[in-house]
Every structure is written in structure tokens, then in C-alpha cells.
Design a protein around this ligand. Sequence first.
Ligand SMILES: [Zn+2]
Length: 345
Amino acid sequence: MELSEDIMYQASVDRDASFEGMFYVAVKTTRIFCRPTCRARKPKRENVEFLKTIHEAQNKGYRACKVCRPLELLNATPPLIHDLLEELNANSDLKLKDEDLRSRGIAPHALRRWFLKHHGLTFQAFQRKRLLNQAFKTIQNGAAVSDAAWGTGYESLSGFSDSFKSTFGVSPSNSKGKTILDLKRFETLLGVMWAVASPQGICLLSFAEQSALETQLSNLAAAHDAKLLHGENPHFDQLIEQVNAYLAGKNREIKVALDFHYQALEHYLHGATMLIPYGYSIDWSDFCTKIPIQSKPEQLQELLSNNCFGLLMPIHRIRNWDDGLEEMLKRRNHFLRELEQKHAT
Ligand SMILES: [Zn+2]
């Protein structure tokens, strides 16, 4: 799945976001370079060259396009919203009204639109989920329901209890045996990712445009018998930092705690994948011989393609297992192999 110039030119004409981070389009006539999804009019094929990194483009004297801003991460959270999210993270019971947003220079309508597009819900709904998530954890840690309700912005305890019950399916006082999984969106060099974490560790890492994401999320909630809710988790900061360092070629391993509910076969599959060193790859037929229990290759293939750990389980180090997968996933596996080979020496 080599990225040929034909493929790259077509991807830039299609503004295909799944090529994000894999190449840049440099325009020889204007000396400007763009990301593949740039909205600006596409130059003629003979006037462009394709470069693999920002560094390469800058070394050749190209300047970053002001329309697509290739130096920033794609769909990066705008600075004002970024600061707002940081503020919410630092003050878990903070609840912001429209006038609070305006005083921070943020138009409530624009914020609503941005949240709908990038998080799939309005900012107010996002805030409510965050606060319920926080209240749930406070109760799990032994606080009284009335104390947990305090600060969530509900006008009455019954209002809080109703909302709690419609989210978690149980009343606050009966929630001790329930579990919550935290959900977070973040940006990387290869595009937006979603992560899910429990108190024990990361349960899922996936690219936003991956078609299986919705199914993976609902399977995960069912496997953990848990409710998925936007919220912070102590494992996220480390994950985000390490994923971006890995994609920049600065670290070889993404060290985070994982939380998995595995059957024996999945367990061996995970173990065998993790044993392939950074920068190396192994052919599918050789890989299958490393699994110590009886299994069919099709069964292993299915488990690999449904695995929830994304970059945390380096399945891209296995060659020739992914023929039946979507082009986008094959391309990404190939890209990661090349990235590791480049930085391994
Ligand atoms: Zn551009």
C-alpha cells in the first residue's frame, strides 16, 4: 500500500481526511505547502510536489498555507475552547452559563455548533454529562447523594436524581454497583482520536473516522456493563502525550495501563503482537505460528480487526493480514510501519 503520486494527488482532490499527516502538497509556483484536505483550489498536477513531512517542506523553502494551516493539528480545538476545557478540567464542579461564556470572549452559538460537530452533542449537554460523571464518582467514593448533587447546577435534589436515573438507569443511592467509563476526544498528527478509560486503565483508542467506532463503543459498554460518559480520567493525559510522541517518532512505546476483558485466545493474540519489536514486522503466516493454542487464521483476523486498542496494540507490525480491511486502515498500517522503520535506526 505504497503512497504513489497518483494516490496522493487524488486524495488531495478528494480532500480525504484519512490521509492527514501522511503527506503534504507543496505548490512550486506559489512556494506554499498544504495538508491533503486544504479547501483552497487545487493546483495543476505538474505544479505540485508531494512531501512526507513538514520538516521536508520547510527545508525546501515552502511556507505553510494560511487556509489549511498545516502546522496545526487537523480539527484542532480552537484556543478559546481549549482554554475553556482546561478550566473545566481544573474545576470539576464548574458550570458555565451563556453569560460566563461571553465574558470569556466565546459566542454561545458558535460554541454550540463546534461541540455538535466535534463531540456530537451541545456544549450544555456536554457540561451536564461531565457534571453527572463527576457526581457519580463522588457517590462511588462514599459521599452523600445530597453532597454529590451540590454544584451540579440542578435546582433541586429531585431534579438531580431524575437526571441521574435517566442517564445511569438507577437512582443515585443505588448506583454503588454500577460502573462508568470515561470518554474523551483528542487530536493527533494523524487526525482526531477517541479514547475510553476505566479507573484501571485505557479500554479503547480509535480514530474518529473509523467506521467501527460506534459498534466498538457499544460493545465496550456492554462488556464492562458500564455507562460511557464524557469526562476526565487520570489515564488520559499520559495517553495523549505518549501517542503524540510516538507519532512524531520520539518514543517507541506507548506506555499506559490497559483495562481489557479478554478470552484466552485474545490474550495470546495480544501477547504475541506486543512481542514484535518497534521497527520490525512479521508476515501473517509466521505470526499465526506464535499463537500457542488451537485457532483458525480467520478467527485471529477477526479478533485483530475488532481489537479496541488501536495504536496501543501494534497490529501494523504484522504484514499481509489485512487484505480484507478498508483501504484507510491498510494505508494507516503501512504508514505506521514506515514511520517506525524510519525512526528505528
Ligand atoms: Zn492549504
